[in-house]
Design a protein around this ligand. Sequence first.
Ligand code: BES
Ligand code: MN
Ligand code: MN
Length: 462
Amino acid sequence: MNTIKSYVETHKNRFIDELIELLKIPSISADPAYTQDVIDTSTAIKNSLEKAGCDHVEICETPGYPIVYGHKHISDHLPTVLVYGHYDVQPPDPLDLWESGPFEPIIKKTEIHPEGAIFARGACDDKGQMYMHVKALELMNATGQLPCNVKFMIEGEEEVGSESLAWFVERNQEKLANDVILISDTGMISNTQPSITTGLRGLSYVEVEVTGPNRDLHSGLYGGAVANPINILTKMIASLHDENNRITIPGFYDKVEELSTEERAEMAKAPFSLEEYKRALDIDAVYGEAGYSTNERNSIRPTLDVNGIWGGYTGEGAKTVIASKAYAKISMRLVPNQNWKEITELFKNHFESIAPAGVKVKVKPHHGGQGYVTPIDNIGYQAASKAYEDTFGVTPIPQRSGGSIPIVALFEKELKSKTILMGFGLNSDAIHSPNEHFGIFNYLKGIETIPLFYKYFTELSK
Ligand code: BES
Ligand code: MN
Ligand code: MN
């Protein structure tokens, strides 16, 4: 056994126990009730980076949650890897759908994870995946095989838009100077077919409000005679897609990058079973834009989805009422070349223009960000590919993901470096859902694969 494998084998129980401790802290960035827990998590990360062998670790204050920064410098003549991750997590609700407490981590075996998986909010997204990097640093230090300089930047606001991180990156270009950015906050195809994420979608998130009469009305006395904001809102939302499930906002597709037939054929080679996909979700058919496959619809095509809609009476029994207001939260996933601010503007103008007389419409933009594509002809990608090949025995497939990490495009703009997305999660790990989990196999494989990325990246940089 090589030194990496044997170190992981010797210390794996401690690696798991340490992650479990981290998962017990409810670092929910979206909910102010958990402010102290989010801050406590940053301290825990700082301590773990110090123990793993960083020369210097600090908690960097920002207008929002702190950023943990650490580094180990070996030589000015060696490359520098910047590791990014996030220690905040999504709210765990709905709580009644969890089989165990979201912040009481337990290990259970599943069909996909026969060696067990850790169930807890943040297990995969992103505490578990971020902590693999801390343990990989410990391993490289302890076994004397850290081949280059390393910097860590772990934030606490990813799940709410990374506003403070953008502020921090813009002010600290020199401190964060690097040759490549390494992130584990995405997934791979399966435990037998690894993949490297080469694309992330952009995002525009908006909230809309439709106001009709100035107060809630008796639906008998006024029904039929005034615009009902809920009827109107649902009609307006329905009109945002046409019969081919294409988005009807004028100009929405203008800048969308169209892939060549060759590129699409290459994408289609990735192993995928539509039958299994439907079975896993209990659906009898998939649904989406005409002319594109399921994997294209969820990666290279833009989308518009209602994430939440409310208004009127939703309590027990029946109340006859026409609400004064109706609301919805809408996300648009964007693809390369679509500018999220431009799309937000197009949405706002269009949505306001389709409002009929009798209602007022307000569009409130939330956060957003640009998409990202990693080219596969750079040494970062090649180093990652060789690393996975060594530990999985199979060449990883490049694959674009449908998810978003908006800060990655900003890294490229401000720090001028490419990001390599070495994810070890699986789509079935239920991130953002009840019963989120992370396979023990995946966690340990990640710790084993990351040091090889450093090794190959340093070699290829020469
Ligand atoms: N780690 C995810 C993004 C992700 C997951 C990308 C799996 C690819 C594969 C990240 O934490 C996340 O949830 N991002 C948000 C966007 C953010 C602005 C709230 C998302 O994609 O909804
Ligand atoms: Mn994440
Ligand atoms: Mn997330």
